[in-house]
Design a protein around this ligand. Structure first.
Ligand SMILES: Cc1cc2nc3c(=O)[nH]c(=O)nc-3n(C[C@H](O)[C@H](O)[C@H](O)COP(=O)(O)O)c2cc1C
Length: 204
């Protein structure tokens, strides 16, 4: 396990949030279907516009028939490290809402809602001692086809899930990046009243 420095924030942000980060070093460990489903269940509790719950999680576990297929859509950079993970979850969302009887209506917040669900999944598994790394670096056309995703679903990202491994298991060029990243200061992203004319100016 990599001993990473603990992230700190200027306000009392929960450790659960600060301690989640996206490593690339994984141990090739199995994950039980029930355990993976329990993590995905956390995503089900995300808020969504009209409680439409547009997120969908399409998953494969290491050692199952789907595993190599799910890996194969990743770009080579991501495939290199993700092959040691335990599960891959592709996150999609329904771009329209409406019952089978009614005409479908565009769901403008489907991506926002799916992102919220994906974060809850990552927080839940991080709390349980697992690690996750979201990726959008995959061939979206191949993945859509392989997942047999209907046309009215958008495909956003995949969450690579596993047991964190030692940094020495990574190729040299990735080792320096195997640390929790920093964030922009709060003043660069939170604005009172209106968007600033010059958001990059020093706001103190
Ligand atoms: C939608 C999305 C796509 C991402 N795609 C990739 C990717 O293709 N490859 C990769 O190594 N990391 C990818 N990342 C991980 C980000 O680089 C990482 O979340 C970001 O640097 C913040 O670091 P942290 O998650 O460790 O806090 C992606 C993250 C998100 C949310």
């Amino acid at each position: 396990m990599t001993e990473a420095p603990q992230r700190q924030s200027d306000t009392p942000v929960e450790r659960l949030i600060l301690d989640r980060w996206s490593p690339r070093a994984f141990m090739p460990a199995p994950i039980a279907r029930e355990e993976l489903l329990a993590f995905l269940d956390a995503g089900r509790w995300a808020p969504s516009a009209y409680n439409a719950q547009p997120w969908r999680f399409i998953h494969a576990r290491r050692g199952t028939a789907d595993w190599e297929r799910f890996l194969s859509w990743l770009i080579p950079f991501n495939h290199g490290w993700a092959q040691n993970a335990s599960a891959i979850v592709y996150v999609a969302s329904h771009t329209v809402t409406g019952s089978e009887k009614a005409e479908p209506v565009p769901a403008p917040t489907h991506a926002f809602d799916a992102g919220a669900a994906a974060v809850l999944v990552q927080l839940q598994l991080s709390k349980a001692g697992w690690a996750a790394h979201p990726v959008s670096g995959f061939d979206h056309d191949l993945a859509r086809a392989g997942l047999e995703l209907p046309e009215d679903y958008a495909l956003h990202a995949a969450i690579i899930i596993g047991r964190q491994g030692g940094v020495e298991s990574l190729p040299e060029y990735l080792r320096g990046r195997e640390v929790p990243s920093t964030r922009r200061p709060l003043a660069e992203v939170a604005f009172e009243g209106r968007f600033p004319a010059n958001p990059d100016a020093d706001v103190t």
